[in-house]
Design a protein around this ligand. Structure first.
Ligand code: SF4
Ligand code: SF4
Length: 210
């Protein structure tokens, strides 16, 4: 899932200024993150109304990153979108750009910041699981990814700084290298860590190229 957080209200209002706005949300990742689902859209509508900002309408896309669906749905909202000078998109960066491909009369502005591809731990608790490196090498680490889960991106860890299973960079993080070692130890496969993992070929990552 793509993990997002809502921009602070002041920045959103600063981007909208006093212009009439149409709001778009996303029924999937942003709904799960509680950043751009129906509840968050309705909350945003009330807040903007209190600030005397005209909300011309809103829609929840299913999902916001589906161009063909979005075209069809947004077409049925064209009168409301026509009245807006801004379209506030409460979806990930991909959703924002999909909506921007369709809207031709109003300025499209993002209401969320896109953080990472992550796993849902519990409500509103997400952990990074993938940096979109372009060549998945989790087979080297028994299905775990130190690139996304070790703040030092160590391929030949551990760094030696972990304490009580926690990462020295952030106490909120479990040291992924300790987890890898314990997992391999349990399976009697620690010998797999004897090899030196070569630096990654980052030219394969589209994220790094663009
Ligand atoms: S190795 Fe690369 S593709 Fe695989 S999970 Fe880690 S960052 Fe993602
Ligand atoms: S303590 Fe573990 S997770 Fe943290 S930087 Fe060192 S090896 Fe990486």
């Amino acid at each position: 899932m793509i993990v997002t957080k809502q921009k602070d209200l002041e920045s959103i209002i600063c981007l909208i200024q006093k212009d009439p706005v149409f709001i778009v949300g996303c029924s999937q990742c942003a709904t799960l993150c509680k950043t751009g689902g129906e509840d968050e859209i309705k909350k945003m509508v009330s807040i903007l109304k209190v600030k005397n900002i005209n909300v011309t309408g809103w829609v929840l896309l299913d999902p916001a990153c589906h161009l063909l669906n979005d075209k069809r749905i947004l077409k049925s909202y064209k009168d409301k979108i026509k009245k807006a000078k801004k379209v506030l998109v409460l979806a990930c960066g991909n959703g924002v750009q999909t909506v921007a491909e369709i809207i031709d009369n109003a300025e499209v502005i993002p209401g969320l910041d896109t953080l990472f591809l992550g796993e849902i731990k519990s409500v509103k608790e997400f952990e990074k699981r993938c940096n979109l490196c372009g060549e998945c090498i989790q087979y080297l680490f028994d299905g775990l990814c130190p690139i996304s889960r070790c703040p030092k991106n160590m391929l030949n860890g551990p760094c030696g700084g972990s304490k009580n299973g926690k990462c020295e960079v952030s106490k909120d993080l479990d040291c992924i290298w300790e987890i890898i070692i314990n997992k391999l130890d349990k399976k009697k496969k620690l010998f797999l860590l004897k090899r030196i993992v070569e630096p990654k070929d980052w030219s394969k990552s589209l994220v790094m190229k663009r």
